[in-house]
Design a protein around this ligand. Sequence first.
Ligand code: FES
Ligand code: FES
Length: 157
Amino acid sequence: MEHALDITLTVNGTQVSRRVQPRQHLVDFLRDELGLTGSHTGCEHGVCGACTVRVDGEIVRGCLMLAVQANGCRVETVEGLSDSGELASLQRSFHERNALQCGFCTPGMLMAAQDLVRQKKKLTRDEIRTHISGNYCRCTGYQAIVDAIEEVVNGQS
Ligand code: FES
Ligand code: FES
């Protein structure tokens, strides 16, 4: 029997403390313990990007990081970025360009795309494709997703 561990972290600006099993993954902690189900679990081994969250400012795969590794960290999820308005431009662009169908990949895709937006650099479509190459979409064929990201990334002054 593994010993549970106490962790304290900041999630979307709020400090939370919980007792967790050492093998619980961060994405499962966010979903099951905190009810933040916007981060999805797909492959659960670091391939599909559905679980993408931000930890101390960097995007990470929530299925590859343990909850205990996030102890003391600042975690941001798609809910937090959406509530703060940080994702507003991308959300509008995805909506206008029909850059989602089933929507399963969308939270992770938005998190990865926002990482590009924050860099405030003009990018080619190839550069955008490379950046989101770790985020799988089974529905759209990616064209509309790249269009939506390109509009926001290259439309910034
Ligand atoms: S569920 Fe984490 S990368 Fe697929
Ligand atoms: S919209 Fe269905 S997986 Fe991307």
